[in-house]
Design a protein around this ligand. Structure first.
Ligand code: NAP
Length: 330
């Protein structure tokens, strides 16, 4: 396998024409360490040029180098690192096939998150899981990020889990249209509407939260809604705590955790924040928390958490995993 075509580490991208694939392309456009040099597609696009075959949906432009790439097949892939933005059914067989051939696959797909074929990590929360699972040199592996909601809310929940304060968790999500990929939910179903159903989403979120925070039997209740927002998943969360906690102390816990994790968790005092249109910036990896209040009793707190589902929830999460792997290997 080729180690690289240039000074940067070569990366192949699977699912490059989709919503997450495009976000990965823009996020890595000026990356000092990694460069996308291969795009992989299903048979219908192989041998065709990226620009001609892709409906570019992002405001940020597609880099010229990517526009000129020709879609390859899985068999022709050479890069040591592969980012997968495939649907779960395609990822099911394609990702293990690449790992078996010695590639390191950074996946956004649900296919292997809870299986022993992969490790699921959020670098700010459980980086030691990847450290322990590192394979021998020249052996491959699959590293996945969690579901987009879990990738976002986990940062807002981590301060409370790490303090041993969480007894039960109840959450209602408001998930943007881009979370369903492209073309996703029909505009006629979503415009001016709210759809209180996202297939298989609630059970995925519950299982992944339990695994990530190592709380296999914890009561967790989730209800998911698709809302007509372009980008940004919000969750309204209520925690039952193991002991009473004031709002002031809860805010301190959140702010201190954010400060000790590169500002990746932001607390908003403004009672109207956070909002997708006002709080999120381009390639925003931060999770925004606000509306912190006492819940049902003095042992309950409520707050909302917001994050960019394409960045923190997918592209940025896979890139963060790739950076962590690369760092651990050096
Ligand atoms: N959107 C989000 O916010 C988000 C967040 C977290 C995780 N995810 C996960 O990330 C993955 C990608 O999501 P998305 O929103 O980008 O979906 P999407 O817009 O539907 O894109 C899917 C991509 O996969 C390609 N593809 C499909 N079948 C293939 C095959 N057999 N071989 C090679 N390429 C194939 C598609 O290309 P063709 O059109 O050529 O088939 C397309 O480029 C999914 O697993 C999703 O669950 C998404």
């Amino acid at each position: 396998m080729k180690a690289g075509f240039n000074m940067k580490t070569s990366v192949a991208l699977m699912g490059a024409s989709g919503m997450v694939g495009q976000s990965i392309i823009t996020a890595l456009a000026d990356d000092p360490t990694f460069e996308i040099v291969e795009v992989i597609s299903s048979e219908k696009r192989q041998g065709k040029v990226y620009e001609a075959e892709t409906n570019w949906l992002l405001l940020a432009p597609c880099p010229e180098k990517i526009k000129a790439l020709t879609f390859k097949s899985l068999e022709d892939l050479e890069s040591p690192y592969v980012i997968s933005a495939l649907p779960a059914d395609a990822a099911e067989t394609m990702e293990p096939a690449l790992a078996d051939k010695g590639h390191i696959v950074f996946s956004n797909a649900a296919a292997h998150r809870l299986s022993d074929k992969a490790v699921m990590i959020v670098p700010e929360i459980n980086r030691e899981v990847l450290k322990k699972a590192l394979p021998a040199q020249n052996k491959g592996m699959i590293v996945t990020n969690p579901n987009c909601v879990v990738a976002i809310v986990s940062l807002a929940l981590a301060p409370f889990y790490e303090a041993g304060l969480v007894k039960t968790l109840s959450m209602t999500t408001l998930q943007s249209a881009s979370g369903a990929g492209y073309p996703g939910v029909s505009s006629m179903d979503l415009l001016g509407n709210v759809v209180p159903y996202i297939q298989d989403e609630e059970c995925k979120i519950i299982a992944e939260l339990r695994q990530l925070f190592q709380v296999p039997n914890q009561p967790i209740s989730v209800q998911c809604n698709r809302v007509p927002v372009r980008v940004g998943h919000m969750a309204s969360i209520e925690l039952e705590l193991t002991e009473p906690l004031s709002v002031v102390d809860a805010q301190k816990i959140i702010t201190q955790w954010g400060q000790s994790h590169d500002g990746m968790l932001i607390f908003h005092d403004d009672p109207t924040a956070p909002q997708p249109l006002k709080s999120l910036s381009a390639n925003d990896m931060r999770v925004h928390v606000g509306r912190l209040q006492t819940g049902l009793t003095d042992r309950h707190i409520r707050f909302c958490a917001l994050g960019d589902n394409l960045t923190r929830g997918a592209a940025g999460a896979a890139i963060a995993n790739m950076n962590l792997y690369h760092h651990l290997r050096r």
